[in-house]
Ligand binder design. Structure first.
Ligand code: BV8
Length: 247
């Protein structure tokens, strides 16, 4: 299905030297991963991610939270990046500076071949000690959650609601947003902070802001361009149009 991509948008991208991208759960939807806003399916339908994805939730029921993440890890390991991830990996090579910032914890950008991925909210495939905050590479799964050698529970190396983001990741994301000519916001409802501030920072720094999302969000009215389409459909077409414009 051909998406109407304005010529002016292609020209802006063709002329840009520095591009920044923010992705959210929507870019992984076509890989089969439910977005955060979708009701969690199956076993987890009765749980509220806003309660499970918190330090309080982990203290209250470490086993439940550990098993929720273990179930997500197992599911994601069997899924593949989709054409939207692949198109971003190809786009990375076309610009002098291309910073891909993601809110996702699923590693699909890296598995699609993106090199410079700034993970604002950590990564589901990594596990860390809940006391020492140090990533642990191997652990015995003899209990749930497993324990660190120091005796504390292990936990997923992700940023929970109410937790600070990794300082270096946030600094790189803010720097990219403030110095890019074009900022693409893809597959995010733009409701979680401070990630949701990034496109607005780009806007106030004079960048062209492009949103790709089948639905409107709080960013839509601020964006210069809004492509209301699935990222797995529109990103490959955007890459094709850009190649044709630069041929
Ligand atoms: C922080 C990892 C400083 C874990 C995530 C009160 C107390 C404490 C904090 C707050 C508070 N009030 C507000 C806050 C700040 C809070 C926040 O923003 N809350 C929200 C709910 C209002 N933020 C934080 O707590 C952050 N830390 O602020 O620290 C601090 C510290 C203490 C006290 C105060 C401040 C930490 C936030 C990070 C949380 N961790 N993930 C896990 O995944 O389990 S957030 C998680 O949810 C994701 O990472 C992501 O960020 C967010 C989901 O958002 P999206 O990715 O946008 O996904 P969503 O489902 O919402 O939307 C999908 C979109 O895709 C939709 O628009 C849909 O239309 C579109 N779509 C669907 N299909 C497609 C598509 N698009 C394109 N193509 C398709 N095919």
């Amino acid at each position: 299905m051909a998406i109407d991509i304005p010529r002016e948008l292609i020209d802006k991208l063709a002329q840009a030297r520095r591009v920044a991208v923010l992705t959210g759960a929507g870019i992984s939807a076509e890989s089969g991963i439910p977005t955060f806003r979708d009701a969690l399916s199956g076993l987890w339908a009765n749980y509220d991610p806003l309660k499970l994805a918190t330090p309080e939730g982990f203290v209250r029921d470490p086993k439940l939270v550990w098993e929720w993440y273990a179930a997500r890890r197992t599911r994601i390991a069997s899924l593949q990046p989709n054409p939207g991830h692949a198109a971003l990996a190809a786009l990375e090579r076309r610009f002098e500076q291309f910073t891909l910032v993601t809110q996702n914890i699923d590693s699909l950008h890296q598995r699609a071949g993106s090199h410079e991925v700034v993970e604002l909210h950590g990564n589901l495939m990594r596990v860390k000690c809940s006391r020492e905050q140090v990533v642990v590479s191997s652990f015995a799964e003899d209990e749930s959650p497993p324990r660190c050698h120091c005796g504390a529970y292990l936990r997923p190396d992700v940023v929970w609601f109410g937790e600070m983001l990794p300082v270096d990741a946030l600094a790189r994301a803010e720097e990219a947003a403030e110095h890019c000519e074009v900022f693409l916001s893809i597959g995010t409802s733009a409701q979680v902070y401070p990630a949701a501030e990034l496109p607005l920072r780009a806007l106030s720094a004079g960048a062209t802001v492009i949103e790709i999302n089948p639905e409107s969000t709080s960013l839509t009215r601020h964006a210069h361009f809004s492509l209301h389409a699935a990222s797995g459909i529109v990103l490959p077409q955007l890459l094709e149009r850009l190649n044709a414009a630069s041929a």
